[in-house]
Design a protein around this ligand. Structure first.
Ligand SMILES: Nc1nc2c(ncn2[C@@H]2O[C@H](COP(=O)(O)OP(=O)(O)OP(=O)(O)O)[C@@H](O)[C@H]2O)c(=O)[nH]1
Ligand SMILES: [Mg+2]
Length: 192
């Protein structure tokens, strides 16, 4: 489905973004939630750097997909062990991207399927709502949730987040590939 994927820009500074293509979809979520792993799984190649230490992605990475659009890997937020200064820099960069990047059409907000949404997740939801950026929710690390627990966990997460709006949910595992097909279909709707 995706033929040619190329990392065409690694932005460390506000506004240092590539000229827009027809579509742009970004992947947001707390550090270590699995953004870069998910992109690799969607692309079918190991192009985004991943790490078991939170804070691996420090820039905004634009992946050109078949010249149809960008999938954008964002730095994680809520990561405790970088300096305050560094955190502020990332937050500023993220803010600039969300506020000023008019070509951004959709955000996939990643939340860990194993846990109840945390304060940082809710803050992100409120922020995206305020900025009127459409988003859907991807629940990551599905393989780590027992099959017998999945429905219960999903209902719990949905009920916590229902106070903030109605969203589409995509439970996925970048390890086993479960749920990846459905998510890819959704993404393909944008990449025409
Ligand atoms: N079991 C399992 N582990 C996963 C999955 N997705 C990611 N991981 C692991 O979670 C860790 C973090 O993954 P990353 O993809 O680097 O997370 P990230 O959200 O890009 O993190 P930052 O770049 O720090 O914001 C790595 O050790 C991955 O191997 C998954 O679906 N299942
Ligand atoms: Mg990353």
């Amino acid at each position: 489905m995706f033929k040619k994927v190329e990392l065409i820009k690694t932005a460390y500074m506000k506004g240092d973004y590539p000229p827009p293509l027809n579509a742009e979809i970004a992947f947001a979520g707390r550090s270590n939630v699995g953004k870069s792993s998910l992109l690799n799984k969607l692309f079918g190649i190991k192009i985004a750097k991943i790490s078991s230490n939170p804070g691996k992605t420090r820039s905004i990475n634009f992946y050109n997909v078949d010249n149809k659009g960008y999938l954008v890997d964002l730095p994680g937020y809520g990561f405790a062990s970088v300096s305050k200064e560094e955190k502020k820099k990332w937050a500023n960069l993220l803010e600039d991207y969300f506020v000023n990047r008019y070509s951004l059409q959709m955000v996939f907000l990643l939340i860990d399927h194993r846990h109840e949404p945390q304060k940082k997740d809710i803050e992100m939801i409120q922020w995206l709502r305020e900025l009127k950026i459409p988003f859907m929710i991807v629940l990551t690390k599905l393989d780590k949730v027992k099959k017998s627990e999945r429905q219960k966990k999903l209902n719990l997460i949905k009920s916590v987040l229902s106070g903030y709006g109605e969203y589409l949910y995509f439970p996925v595992s970048s390890k086993t590939g479960e749920g990846i097909g459905l998510l890819k279909n959704e993404i393909s709707k944008f990449l025409k």
